[in-house]
Write a protein that binds this ligand. Structure first.
Ligand SMILES: *[C@@H]1O[C@H](CO)[C@@H](O)[C@H](O)[C@H]1NC(C)=O
Ligand SMILES: *[C@@H]1O[C@H](CO)[C@@H](O)[C@H](O)[C@H]1NC(C)=O
Ligand SMILES: *[C@@H]1O[C@H](CO)[C@@H](O)[C@H](O)[C@H]1NC(C)=O
Ligand SMILES: *[C@@H]1O[C@H](CO)[C@@H](O)[C@H](O)[C@H]1NC(C)=O
Ligand SMILES: *[C@@H]1O[C@H](CO)[C@@H](O)[C@H](O)[C@H]1NC(C)=O
Ligand SMILES: *[C@@H]1O[C@H](CO)[C@@H](O)[C@H](O)[C@H]1NC(C)=O
Length: 927
């Protein structure tokens, strides 16, 4: 065996030599320091580069030339230098929100010939200089809001001949004359200049020719005058004068000057009612939508009569006015309205006026205090299509309350206090969306949704549903989306073919419930077997204990399934057949499960898998993917595992990989990862997430260093040295070695361990603090459950020993042999948990070798053998050294099921208490 390994090592080394010997110069590849790149550099049209939230003082220099989108928001950049962008001639969007930019060098953007969107909002700009926007001829959108801009050079905007939209809100401009040059831009359609301390807006200050402007937003300026004295806004559609706090003089000389305005926002405006009324006269025939938010109950009601006289009005927004009720009289002339927004008021019931507005198509009553719905509330509303009643206190709905809502398509009635009380047994035949989230539903029964023949989307999350009667969803033949997340569903609630009559269901959300299984055995009636069209299934995060097991046929029937979210289920293993039912799965998330033994077979049925999430599952290697034939895999998320080496074979087995997230692993920074480092830097197709931030965990001297700082050239140099000098020596040494090995097998192995142990002891002597653990536990992964559920709680919990377990205490990234030697030599005892699996597993027997070597070397009694199952003597014969140990000494056997375990634990305690008696005498003798 050792000979074979030595041979393999040699072949591995030579192939690798070859690779390094023809090593090429680094090319500038995918990974950008301090940024994330999305999109293939070779194939994609759009390369998006995200460098946000990284505490950057500068824009990183190595942004790929092909980048089309660059986001550097939420950093601490103070100045934009000219050289930043010299090569970015493809950039279409540059986003730098929330920095500390005070200054932009003249011409800084002039290389960005393709730039269409520039966003510098939430910075500290004070001046816009003449050269700032030089050459930005294709710019269409410019955001400069929330800065400290007080001065704008008169020619600053003139290069922006394509500009359509500009936002300068919340700056310190004070005089309209400063933005005047904007208005002469030929393409300008949208201007936002709210909250700038302007004291007047007069068309005479702006332009003398007719403009293309469509949107003019002047909110929160202390305007004393608004004057339109020329017909310069023939296309103005949307005007906002919200929160103007002055007694503004309204001077529109000719009504026709604003005749195209259809949307007007007068929210929070502080004019007297009479003045608002006058102002509204201007828009008599054009206005379609009017917002009167935050004016207060009295003022709104005083305005209402005149508002309703605007015959063209369709939408009226009355949010946040503290309205407690509206009588029929108060809005009786508003019958032309089709949309009414009464959200965020103090209504205790549906206002009486509603039923006399038969033209309503949209009604919003969210965030009020409505307690019930009576049979007259929505009478006559045959046109109503959308009814929003989120966040009220509704606990009761009258029997015939929905009788007239023959056209209702969307009913949002979440965050109330409802139980299902026959409300949906009749009427609402056109309803397609029903949202009952966050109510007090505890069960769903047959017939509860009986009349909702058109229903496509049913949301019942955040209730307390624990019981679903069989047939509850029968008849919902059009249902596409069913959300049952965050309820109290158990395994029992979803059995009995609850989902059997939902032939068109595409999405089923069952996450955050209490569904769990006791074993992997196939279920007699798999719950999803009739959901032939289901594409998305969420089952993640079940209860406190998790789902624990996925029955091998749980997904039986899901032959269209594309996305499965199964993270955080406390499952430890998967039956190889689990995914045989879901051949079209392309996104699979199994993160946050302690999946100790993933095998290639599990993934073989997933022929079209594109995205695989395996974060936080305790992976030590990705070897199971090598032959899994995942030829379509694009995204692989394996962050927060215990991976140490990513090798070429693995990467080559994933030919379409474009994204790899490896953050939070324990990477080895030695030549084993040299290939990976080169590939990460040079690959044009695969982006390694935050590659430049990946850190080393091994060897100790470079712990915490950056992986990509690894000097792969030094691997290269050693290799060259080998190439020229040592090849022949290596070959003869290997031959000699294998020859010796063949004849002197155990002597060689012992010599090897002697060397390891010698090195270790030498190291140990320099550390005075002695032994770290009471016992090192050597076991096979198949016996992990016993170790975790029986041994660990008893020895660590009850008896208070400190144990060293490989999956818990081994230092990830360190070669396994080092870990074993370390573990054994820093423990007083070694407990071997012996089973058939254990005997077959190779590295476990290495542990015995090291331990028995220690016994031989130190004459210390370190080994405790625990037999988990009966192993006939003849089966032990290949392990003759162990047999010798067993013959010489005693061992412990785990009792048969049903027998008392107390004696066993007591004996183990005695064995552990024995402070290494330096003779071979054994406390267990005679057991
Ligand atoms: C990355 O960011 C750090 C600050 O967080 C900075 O010191 C370093 O120079 C940056 N690297 C590049 C290439 O911009
Ligand atoms: C600028 O926009 C025009 C029209 O959309 C387009 O034809 C041209 O290619 C753009 N220029 C650049 C450098 O992208
Ligand atoms: C507002 O101005 C008008 C004249 O435009 C004046 O009649 C009225 O008294 C003023 N109201 C307030 C509250 O200053
Ligand atoms: C509504 O009432 C609250 C609390 O009384 C008050 O703070 C708020 O200013 C009122 N809003 C309006 C628009 O009157
Ligand atoms: C429904 O409308 C009719 C007139 O169209 C009116 O007489 C009746 O009172 C309305 N019903 C309710 C409950 O307001
Ligand atoms: C990568 O690792 C796998 C499994 O350990 C091994 O079979 C393969 O030969 C390795 N490939 C290279 C190039 O070292």
């Amino acid at each position: 065996m050792w000979k074979r390994e030595a041979g393999l090592c040699f072949i591995g080394l030579t192939t690798w030599l070859l690779h390094c010997c023809v090593f090429m110069n680094l090319v500038n590849g995918y990974s950008v320091k301090n940024c994330t790149v999305r999109g293939s550099l070779q194939y994609a049209q759009n390369i998006n580069v995200f460098c946000n939230k990284r505490n950057l003082h500068f824009i990183p220099r190595n942004i790929p030339d092909k980048a089309t989108y660059l986001d550097v928001s939420d950093n601490v950049i103070q100045k934009i230098h000219q050289e930043y962008f010299s090569h970015l001639s493809n950039l279409k969007s540059f986003i730098a929100l929330h920095n500390r930019i005070r200054e932009v060098e003249d011409g800084a953007f002039s290389s960005l010939v393709a730039l269409q969107e520039l966003n510098l909002a939430f910075n500290k700009l004070t001046d816009i200089s003449a050269g700032m926007f030089q050459d930005l001829r294709n710019l269409t959108v410019l955001h400069l809001n929330d800065n400290l801009i007080a001065n704008i050079s008169i020619s600053a905007f003139s290069p922006l001949i394509s500009l359509r939209k500009v936002n300068l809100s919340r700056n310190h401009l004070k005089q309209i004359s400063k933005v005047q040059p904007l208005f002469s831009l030929p393409q300008l359609q949208e201007v936002h200049i709210g909250s700038n301390n302007f004291s007047s807006f007069q068309t005479s200050e702006v332009s003398n020719i007719s403009l293309r402007l469509k949107v003019l937003d002047l909110f929160q300026n202390p305007l004393k005058v608004f004057s339109v004295t020329a017909d310069i806004f023939p296309r103005l559609d949307n005007l906002s004068l919200a929160f103007i706090a002055e007694n503004m003089t309204w001077d529109v000389q000719d009504r026709s000057y604003l005749q195209s305005v259809r949307h007007l926002n007068l929210s929070g405006i502080q004019l007297p009612v009479e003045k608002i009324t006058d102002l509204l006269q201007t828009f008599n025939s054009s206005l379609a939508s009017l917002r009167l938010h935050s004016l207060g109950d009295v003022k709104v009601k005083a305005l209402m009569r005149n508002v309703c006289l605007i015959s063209s009005l369709r939408f009226l927004g009355l949010q946040g006015n503290n309205i407690t009720s509206i009588s029929k009289d108060e809005m009786q002339f508003c019958t032309q309205l089709t949309e009414l927004d009464l959200s965020n008021n103090d209504l205790n019931s549906v206002p009486a006026v509603i039923s006399s507005l038969p033209g309503l198509q949209f009604l919003d009553l969210t965030f009020n205090h409505i307690k019930s719905i009576s049979r007259v509330d929505f009478a006559n509303l045959t046109q109503l299509r959308t009814l929003q009643m989120y966040s009220n206190y509704i606990s009761f709905i009258d029997d015939f309350a929905f009788k007239d809502l023959k056209g209702l398509e969307t009913l949002m009635i979440g965050s109330n206090r409802l139980v299902l009380n026959g409300y949906f047994k009749k009427d609402l035949q056109k309803l397609t969306i029903l949202d009952l989230a966050n109510n007090k539903l505890d069960s769903v029964r047959r017939g509860d949704f009986e009349s909702l023949k058109s229903l496509k989307n049913l949301s019942l999350p955040d209730n307390q549903i624990s019981f679903i009667e069989a047939g509850s969803f029968d008849g919902l033949t059009n249902l596409i989306f069913l959300n049952l997340q965050s309820n109290k569903l158990s395994r029992g609630s979803i059995k009995d073919s609850v989902f059997s009559r939902l032939p068109n269901l595409k999405t089923l959300l069952l996450n955050n419930n209490y569904i769990s299984y006791d074993n992997q055995k196939p279920l007699d009636h798999p719950p999803f077997q009739n959901l032939r069209k289901l594409k998305t299934l969420h089952i993640f995060s079940q209860g406190h204990k998790g789902m624990r097991y996925l029955p091998s046929n749980l997904f039986n029937g899901l032959k269209s399934l594309e996305k499965l979210q199964a993270e955080n289920l406390n499952i430890n293993s998967l039956d190889p057949d689990t995914f045989t039912y879901t051949p079209y799965l392309w996104e699979l998330d199994l993160s946050r499960n302690e999946l100790l033994s993933l095998t290639t077979r599990i993934f073989l049925p997933l022929r079209v898998l594109k995205t695989l999430h395996l974060s936080k599952v305790g992976l030590q290697s990705l070897d199971f993917l090598i032959n899994a034939n995942l030829s379509k895999l694009h995204l692989l998320h394996v962050s927060t595992n215990a991976l140490s080496v990513i090798n070429e074979t693995l990467i080559r087995s994933l030919p379409t990989l474009i994204y790899l997230d490896l953050r939070g692993n324990y990477l080895s920074c030695d030549c084993t990862n040299a290939w990976f480092v080169n590939w990460t830097i040079s690959s044009n197709d695969t982006e390694v997430e935050s590659a430049y931030e990946l850190t080393c965990n091994y060897p100790d001297k470079v712990k915490g260093h950056k992986l990509l700082d690894l000097d792969v050239d030094s691997c290269n140099v050693d290799v060259g040295f080998f190439c020229f000098i040592s090849t022949a020596t290596l070959v003869s040494m290997t031959l000699l070695g294998s020859f010796l090995f063949h004849f002197l097998r155990w002597q060689v192995v012992y010599a090897y361990y002697l060397l390891l142990a010698f090195l270790h002891d030498n190291k140990q002597q320099r550390k005075p603090n002695g032994l770290q653990y009471d016992a090192f536990i050597s076991y096979n992964v198949h016996d992990e459950l016993w170790v975790m559920r029986e041994l660990l709680p008893q020895l660590e919990g009850e008896q208070g020993w400190k144990l060293c377990l490989h999956h818990r205490d081994f230092e990830p990234g360190k070669p396994i042999m080092d870990n074993i030697v370390n573990g054994i030599y820093s423990s007083r005892k070694t407990i071997c948990v012996i089973s058939h699996h254990y005997l077959e597993s190779e590295w476990c027997s290495r542990e015995i070798q090291v331990a028995s070597f220690r016994l031989f070397d130190e004459k210390k009694d370190v080994l405790i053998l625990v037999f988990l199952e009966h192993i006939p003597s003849h089966q032990l014969s290949p392990y003759y050294r162990m047999k010798r140990l067993i013959q010489k000494k005693s061992y412990l056997s785990w009792p048969e099921p049903g027998e008392d375990t107390r004696v066993f634990w007591q004996k183990l305690r005695v064995a552990l208490e024995n402070k290494d008696s330096s003779e071979m005498e054994h406390p267990l003798a005679g057991i």
